[in-house]
Write a protein that binds this ligand. Structure first.
Ligand code: AMP
Ligand code: DBH
Length: 546
């Protein structure tokens, strides 16, 4: 048994941990043991559908054991970090569960990440290996891996699904199964990603115990059982489709995961009909695309019982359309990879389902709504959401300085969200205090993009703000003060791409200005900039329509 908490992570205070154990939230089971248990109780049921492949629980369990043996052969051991960047394929689960079984720690990257993000994760976590698909969506991840390797001295192996070229083939690591000591369930199981709000992306240490609690409780809230069929249309590594209740919830319940390579309505509707999908999860822009496409669909969506929508605020108009257009129930989900997840419940009043973002999973999720000075506000007042509880982290990975700001002295996480809490406990997300743009569920930390732009010789200063968008909810606009003659906008976006920034972080619009409006204390007044660009968009559209 390895008991040591991963270096650079903040454990819960002993008293809180003892309470969460005593309450039965933390049960001492590792994620790898959970899959083993399910494979023992449901060996023949199909766990995973990936294109033409159908893996039973017994097969999935066996492949994880074989892959764990292969990883051990090349030197991966307990607590080693391994960056996993895979699209929605079975190998995501095989790699992660093999690592769980070794007590090694996956770092969950998204397919959209590029050199800037991946090299940073590898360096911060001192990753020993990096797992990729050869190509996906027309992008060659092997090229990316070669660049990342040059910048990441700790990296010893790049493991590739598909044509590995000179790198290590994923399929060459299926060795004869061996047994490994079971990791302690209180240990960090993996590092999840935060959308972040500061200059550098943050990694989130989640333990087996805390994550499995959120998964179990989520599966119960959503009524998952052996007959549940979950379509995973969002990127599989994202916290929402992974745990709310997501693919892990389905594995816990003994149901079936159907992996979609794309989330567009044509592809997804065909899978729903073919696999008799009962539940799926989307971000608002995709939900809107499905709602628009549904009336002219040719596929039968009759099996679909529940559509979960989260990651960004769903408009009331869209929420109202889900039942009539898709013929299933809506569930709003307001969660964060740091922990706290809120759901509207299947038996909630209609008004709560369409008008709120749900209430917390756990009776021991502590939620408080405070003012600028951390002082509690009157019930139902609008304020800053802070939370602490049995599956909310107490600190980011290797981020001591940031942790002192992101968490209160008594261990509450400052979510950066502006909410109202109703008497029923339901939260309404009204806005955001953190310096972030939520691009339809993809979070962009303004400071991160600003720092990249400041590296350009023609940029004197920059402020990235959100601008309203009918489809994504928000897009990003960079206000730039040029040093001398403004460069071409295309030059700036090409510059960001060349620096290896994920595409969703590239500003959607660039506006050159002579100076920034300032607040009373002399800070850049981003609220004024947001209002300015919002007004300009209205003027532009009036101009076009008149
Ligand atoms: P992250 O911390 O990167 O996992 O992102 C979580 C953040 O996404 C939350 O703090 C919210 O700002 C946002 N978010 C997630 N779900 C919702 C939702 N249903 N409505 C509004 N915002 C959401
Ligand atoms: O946006 C999120 O990070 C999110 C949304 C819904 C999340 O982490 C979750 C559910 O678990």
């Amino acid at each position: 048994m390895t008991r040591a908490f991963l270096d650079g992570c903040t454990p819960w205070p002993a008293e809180a941990a003892a309470y969460y154990r005593a309450m039965g939230y933390w049960r001492g089971q590792s994620l790898g043991a959970m899959l083993r248990e399910r494979a023992a109780s449901n060996p023949e049921s199909v766990a995973l559908v990936c294109g033409e492949r159908r893996l039973s629980y017994a097969q999935l369990d066996q492949l994880c054991d074989q892959f764990a043996a292969g990883l051990a052969r090349i030197g991966i051991t307990a607590q080693d970090r391994v960056v996993v960047q895979l699209p929605n394929v079975a190998e995501f689960f095989i790699a992660c569960f093999a690592l769980f079984r070794l007590g090694a720690v996956p770092v969950l990257a998204l397919p959209a990440h590029r050199r800037s993000e991946i090299a940073y994760f590898c360096q911060l976590a001192e990753a020993k290996a990096y797992v990729i698909a050869a190509t996906d969506g027309g992008f060659d991840y092997r090229e990316l891996a070669r660049e990342v390797m040059r910048e990441s001295p700790s990296l010893q192996h790049v493991i590739v699904c598909g044509d590995a070229q000179e790198l290590t083939a994923f399929d060459a690591l299926y060795d004869a199964p061996r047994s490994f000591p079971c990791p302690d369930a209180g240990a960090v199981a993996f590092l999840q990603l935060s959308g972040g709000s500061t200059g550098l992306p943050k990694l989130i240490p989640r333990t087996h115990d805390d994550y499995l609690y959120s998964v179990r409780a989520s599966a119960a809230i959503c009524g998952l059982d052996r007959h549940s069929v979950y379509l995973c249309a969002l990127p599989v590594a994202h916290n929402f489709p992974l745990s709310s209740p997501g693919t892990l919830g389905v594995l816990y319940a003994g149901g079936r995961i159907v992996l979609a390579r794309q989330a567009n309505p044509d592809h997804a509707f065909a899978l729903i009909e073919a696999e008799q999908v009962t539940i799926t999860a989307l971000v608002p822009p995709l939900a809107m695309a499905w709602l628009d496409a549904a009336p002219r669909r040719t596929h039968d969506l009759g099996s679909l019982q529940m559509l979960q929508v989260g990651g960004a605020r769903l408009s009331r108009e869209s929420a109202l359309r889900v039942g009539p257009v898709l013929g299933c129930a809506l569930q709003q989900v307001f969660g964060m990879a740091e922990g706290l997840v809120n759901y509207t419940r299947p038996d909630d009043d209609f008004e709560l389902v369409v008008g709120t973002q749900g209430r917390p999973i756990s009776p021991d999720d502590e939620v408080r709504v405070v003012d600028e000075d951390d002082q509690p506000l009157a019930p139902s007042a609008l304020g800053h959401l802070q939370t602490r509880g049995p599956y909310t982290i107490r600190g980011y990975y290797r981020a001591e300085l940031h942790n002192s700001r992101a968490f209160t002295a008594d261990g509450f996480y400052r979510t950066g969200d502006l909410v109202r809490q109703l008497a029923s406990g339901h939260l309404v997300v009204e806005g955001r205090a953190k310096d972030q743009i939520n691009r339809g569920g993809d979070k962009v930390a303004a400071e991160e993009v600003e720092n990249h732009l400041l590296a350009h010789s023609a940029v004197h200063d920059v402020a990235l703000v959100a601008m309203p968008d009918a489809y994504l909810g928000e897009r990003s606009c960079a206000f730039v003060i040029a040093r001398g003659a403004p460069p071409r906008k295309g030059e700036l976006t090409a510059f960001l791409r060349a620096r290896g920034l994920a595409q969703f972080k590239i500003p959607d619009r660039i506006e050159f200005v002579g100076h920034f409006p300032k607040t009373g204390v002399g800070k850049v007044d981003k609220r004024q900039l947001r209002e300015r660009i919002a007004q300009r968009l209205i003027n532009d559209s009036n101009h076009i329509t008149s």
